[in-house]
Design a protein around this ligand. Structure first.
Ligand code: AMP
Ligand code: FES
Ligand code: ZN
Length: 315
């Protein structure tokens, strides 16, 4: 097998692109693909200060690596979720990556506020991923504001986007379909734009890039992901991709080009983000933003639990 670009022996085959690459040409191909997504979707420019949300996994660390080596101004942000050893290892990978490359990293630990995902989930009985999503969105927005960033970049890859799109279509989640884009514009002056530069880059490609660049990342999945429907959608899409390479990229790209606009609300119907949260000062629809409402629910339920287990008072 020869490299499609330089005809040297190839190291990796990409069936979806009908190509094979040697190491140098794969890195060139990967970086060019990310650069094209950034430019084509007008994600950010050279003068932008980019908050890269890093989980410690391959996608977000590969993204940080590409952006930093392309000379973009980045600051990493890691949210330590308090999910036992998994969170500990995730944080360590982010810290060692930042140290090795001399990059700025900001870490926020939920534990500093007496919070952790397992306790929040057990108190509220909400699905872990939904509670976790609310929390991440809040801290990403707050960190961008605090650190003076113009844009938040996440490592969502093609497999994530295809699985999310399939789930949204299966349940006709029209509001989510309207917001499934590589660039989400802010709806309030305290928010910044959110971008996904890897939205057309497959998980296999980011894993290959991370391997070739010797990025030390957390291989294990979050323990709460077990049984998540997202994994079933990924498995179905993998089967389709296997028989018909390029299916995932076509599904996502064509949705963005042709399908997405069918779900967009007219500008006049687009809701404004309303007022300010009484708890944290971030934008909110009601008195509290969804993060502070979740927090209040956790506090209420934990207080009830403590009351019901404390011994009866005797005179
Ligand atoms: P996930 O929601 O786990 O699929 O992650 C999607 C993207 O969100 C990752 O590629 C990261 O950019 C970001 N992310 C996930 N978890 C964290 C975290 N704990 N801290 C910072 N960023 C995260
Ligand atoms: Fe949020 Fe797993 S990363 S629950
Ligand atoms: Zn709030």
């Amino acid at each position: 097998m020869k490299c499609t670009r330089c005809k040297e022996p190839a190291e990796v085959k990409l069936r979806a692109h009908n190509s094979a690459f040697c190491r140098a040409c794969f890195l060139f191909f990967f970086e060019r693909r990310v650069a094209r997504a950034i430019d084509h979707e007008k994600m950010f420019v050279r003068s932008s200060r980019i908050l890269v949300a890093v989980s410690g996994g391959k996608d977000s660390l590969a993204l940080w690596d590409v952006l930093a080596s392309e000379g973009y101004q980045t600051v990493g942000f890691h949210l330590a979720l308090g999910i036992g050893g998994y969170s500990q290892r995730s944080r360590e990978r982010c810290e060692s990556f930042a140290e090795k490359h001399g990059l700025e990293l900001s870490v926020h630990a939920l534990a500093d506020e007496g919070l952790a995902i397992p306790e929040i989930v057990s108190a509220t009985r909400r699905p872990a991923c939904s509670a976790c999503g609310t929390i991440k969105r809040h801290y990403f927005d707050a960190a961008a504001l605090e650190l003076g960033c113009d844009v938040i970049a996440t490592g969502h890859n093609l497999d994530d986007e295809a699985a999310r799109l399939l789930g949204n279509v299966l349940h006709w989640q029209t509001e989510y379909l309207a917001r499934q884009k590589p660039v989400i514009q802010p709806r309030h002056e305290k928010f910044v734009r959110k971008v996904k530069p890897l939205y057309l880059t497959s998980e296999f490609e980011t894993a290959t890039y991370a391997f070739m660049k010797r990025i030390d990342y957390v291989v294990e999945e979050c323990p709460n992901a077990v049984g998540a429907s997202q994994l079933d959608y990924k498995a179905v899409l993998d089967r389709l991709e296997n028989t018909s390479p390029g299916t995932k990229a076509g599904f996502v790209r064509d949705f963005m080009v042709r399908g997405s606009r069918a779900f967009e609300a007219p500008a006049t119907e687009r809701a404004d983000t309303g007022g300010t949260c009484a708890g944290c000062g971030m934008p909110a629809f009601g008195t509290l933003c969804s993060f502070c409402s979740l927090r209040a629910e956790v506090d209420r339920k934990l207080a009830l639990r403590t009351r019901s287990v404390s011994p009866a008072v005797t005179e």
